[in-house]
Design a protein around this ligand. Structure first.
Ligand code: AMP
Length: 414
């Protein structure tokens, strides 16, 4: 079935076309008709499956139909709760694009920036609010956000909300919402705790599960490279230089390691930037904007900063460090092969990380294909690096300096 065959208004169809979406993805095909019928949804779907449009399209369609009879003074009609600021900004962008030909207005409130302009915007009146819990509750308690007339509540990445400790916030939220509303609950994974939370929010939901057996998108090719910890930078350099036009996201375990990778790449003339929780919101927005405009093609990220973000057109995900939480493997590699595109995921595994790899393979239910690098190829990668001649003392000094300057910046910020 194509989008043009759906009974959407011309205005919504036009913006779907403008986004280049022709056919619905699996999750869209399964959820949209139920949401249009007013049913509650409990969907298990990982990022990259097109889940944002799966709830944004029907919500906009329904609000657009109603809007003809409503004034904006009626208050916020849909609330989308998300765990991170980046995800909130990204979802707002999708709502804005899909609602561009309608009178439906969306807006996102996130922490880390001045609340004055947010209050002004809220006072002008909006229909769809996308929010992270902290700032939203501040504005609710100050009376700038009224949630008593919500028709739709969307909880996105509910599993991540729980990981970040937002469970109490979500429970508190219920006090402000009308009992009669449509609730759409999305989570990448499901366990007893998430089920309990979901069933406290939804009423007779339609349960939808995407790729139940395989948690990772079929569009991704996975490869494993066995490499010593200290040689990882040479292999990263080689892959990036082999694909000069490609776009990469490189995941490290910590912020300090992310900074080190950036410096190691700079030494070999590879332009890249890092994104992690040690950066301010403004810095993170600027980095995202540079990456989105392809001004840089290599982004080094930590798990927490990248979860749920839709980085456009990423060709490679590199697990520079094997994630400590096996589920994070799924979230990381999900940054590529999104929608209908294909992607590659390379994992650099040092001998010390073998136990973590085992856990990941258990979660995936299969082995990740090992790239067999012989001794001579391995040493060639190291030898051919532009950085191969940096002696270890200089390197240690550079690393020390990097750590010091990072710690200094952090202190200053505090
Ligand atoms: P999401 O899981 O919502 O973050 O979406 C993942 C990616 O899929 C985004 O880049 C969307 O633009 C893209 N996408 C969503 N729906 C479709 C569709 N029906 N056809 C093609 N691409 C899509």
């Amino acid at each position: 079935m194509k989008f043009e065959d759906y009974h959407f208004s011309d205005e919504v169809k036009m913006s779907i076309g403008k986004l280049g979406f022709k056919k619905p993805t699996d999750i869209q095909f399964k959820t949209i008709p139920h949401i249009l019928r007013g049913e509650d949804i409990l969907a298990i779907a990982q990022t990259g499956t097109g889940k944002t449009a799966a709830f944004a399209i029907p919500i906009i369609e329904k609000l657009h139909a109603k809007k003809k009879f409503q004034s904006r003074k009626d208050g916020i009609k849909a609330l989308v709760m998300v765990p991170t600021r980046e995800l909130a900004i990204q979802i707002d962008d999708v709502f804005k694009k899909l609602a561009q030909n309608t009178r439906v207005k969306s807006f996102c409130v996130v922490g880390g920036i001045d609340q004055g302009p947010q209050i002004q915007k809220l006072e002008e009146g909006i229909d769809v609010l996308i929010a992270t819990p902290g700032r939203m509750f501040d504005l609710v308690s100050q009376g700038y956000i009224v949630l008593s007339r919500i028709d739709f509540l969307v909880l996105d990445e509910a599993d991540h909300m729980l990981d970040l400790g937002f469970i109490k916030d979500i429970r508190d939220l219920l006090k402000f919402l009308p009992a009669k509303r449509q609730t759409l609950f999305f989570s990448a994974t499901i366990d007893a705790e998430i089920k309990k939370l979901a069933y406290s929010l939804v009423t007779n939901p339609i349960r939808i599960q995407i790729s139940p057996k395989d948690p990772v998108s079929k569009n991704i090719d996975h490869a494993l490279i066995k490499v010593e910890q200290d040689d990882k930078r040479f292999f990263l350099e080689r892959i990036i230089k082999n694909y000069p036009e490609a776009r990469f996201i490189v995941f490290t375990r910590t912020k300090v390691r992310a900074e080190r990778v950036v410096q190691a790449m700079e030494r070999v003339s590879i332009k890249c930037l890092s994104i992690h929780s040690g950066k301010t919101q403004e810095e993170r927005n600027e980095i995202m904007s540079q990456f989105n405009k392809s001004l840089i093609n290599v982004l080094v990220a930590t798990d927490i900063s990248a979860r749920g973000i839709d980085f456009p057109d990423v060709d490679f995900v590199v697990n520079y460090d094997i994630p400590e939480q096996p589920e994070n493997y799924v979230h990381r590699v999900g940054r590529t092969g999104r929608g209908i595109k294909r992607g590659k995921a390379y994992s650099f595994c040092s001998p010390q990380e073998d136990p973590l790899l085992l856990q990941i393979e258990e979660l995936l239910g299969k082995k990740i294909t090992l790239v067999d690098i012989g001794y001579s190829d391995y040493s060639e990668v190291v030898k051919e690096s532009e950085d191969a001649h940096t002696d270890w003392k200089t390197l240690m000094k550079q690393m020390d300096e990097a750590e010091k300057s990072y710690a200094q910046r952090k202190r200053k910020k505090k």
